[in-house]
Design a protein around this ligand. Structure first.
Ligand code: C2E
Ligand code: MG
Ligand code: MG
Ligand code: MG
Length: 283
């Protein structure tokens, strides 16, 4: 309280000479505080993973996506939409991302030992900043070795922004991981600026239709057209296609009618902590 007043007094003094926005100052301070807390979150074990099923039109669960959750000691749950961009800016995402991968791979290894679950794939989000680290491939391989997780069940979700710069390096890393068995999904597909001719050269397994298009599918012709073209593109490139953010039966039915047979969304399940996840039966 006291230091805030001081801050504003100083600001007010400067006001005559330069632009001062007390609201922006408050926002910057809140952000700095969040950043300081984020630095402590790993050592304080405030992160955990939720898992969201990926299902087929027969309701069978093929895999799950791991989604990071941060339980802040005072603020409660902080959304990844808020802290992931912050972690990317200050490079904390590298350590956080390694923690996510290791936790996910440990889970994958546990499923591999369970006959009812060994078919499941586990999708893990990888941020561009994390992927661009020089030793990213070595880190992933070390985690696979240490956890003994089956590489062919690990699916890394990357976004188109990865291929805006240094695309050949990114492609080379993907090829090395692919050699090890790791699979790739292009997340939020359709929202970026990737060139289609380049996508053809990437060792991808799956296109993931962005949830914004799925949301507007039945209300906006342009979104429907985009979804239909992504499905057609996936088919002609011989890639799997999955729709994210499926919330209604009408959306699911439209997708099935247009030959998309894999879904993820609240219609089937929200992302859940491991204890609440029912993977053996269909949802
Ligand atoms: P994403 O990878 O595209 O994940 C899908 C997001 O959509 C998740 O939000 C999920 O909870 C939400 N979602 C799932 N089904 C539905 C639905 O039916 N309707 C709606 N409206 N939303 C749905 P979440 O968990 O808040 O994550 C947001 C983003 O944060 C993720 O988008 C991903 O880009 C990033 N993220 C999450 N976990 C990680 C992580 O471990 N590492 C990195 N680098 N990024 C992560
Ligand atoms: Mg994702
Ligand atoms: Mg997505
Ligand atoms: Mg998204």
């Amino acid at each position: 309280q006291a230091d805030m007043a001081l801050f504003q007094a100083k600001g007010a003094g400067r006001n005559t000479l330069s632009f001062f926005d007390p609201e922006m100052q408050v926002r910057l301070q809140a952000r700095a505080r969040l950043e300081a807390d984020l630095r402590q979150a790993l050592p304080r074990e405030e992160f955990h993973l939720h898992y969201q099923p990926q299902v087929t039109d027969s309701g069978e669960i093929r895999g799950v996506e791991a989604l990071l959750r941060w339980q802040h000691p005072r603020r409660g749950a902080v959304s990844p939409g808020e802290f992931i961009p912050l972690a990317e800016e200050n490079r904390l995402i590298v350590a956080i991302g390694a923690w996510v991968l290791e936790s996910a791979c440990r889970q994958l290894a546990a499923w591999a030992a369970d006959p009812a679950r060994r078919h499941l794939t586990l999708a893990v989000n990888v941020s561009p900043r994390q992927f661009r680290e020089v030793d990213f491939v070595e880190r992933v391989v070390a985690i696979l070795d240490a956890t003994r997780a089956p590489a062919e069940r690990l699916k890394l979700e990357v976004t188109e922004s990865l291929f805006l710069e240094e695309r050949d390096e990114a492609r080379a890393k993907m090829l090395r991981l692919r050699e090890r068995g790791v699979r790739f999904s292009l997340d939020d597909f359709g929202t970026g600026y990737s060139s289609l001719s380049y996508i053809k050269r990437l060792p991808l397994d799956q296109l993931k239709i962005d949830q914004s298009f799925v949301r507007d599918l039945l209300v906006d012709e342009a979104s429907a057209a985009i979804v239909a073209s992504i499905i057609a593109l996936a088919r002609s490139l011989e890639l799997e296609v999955i729709a994210e953010g499926v919330e209604t039966e009408a959306q699911r039915d439209w997708l099935i009618a247009h030959e998309c047979h894999a879904f993820q969304g609240y219609l089937f399940s929200r992302p859940l902590p491991l204890e609440e996840l029912h993977l053996s039966k269909a949802c």
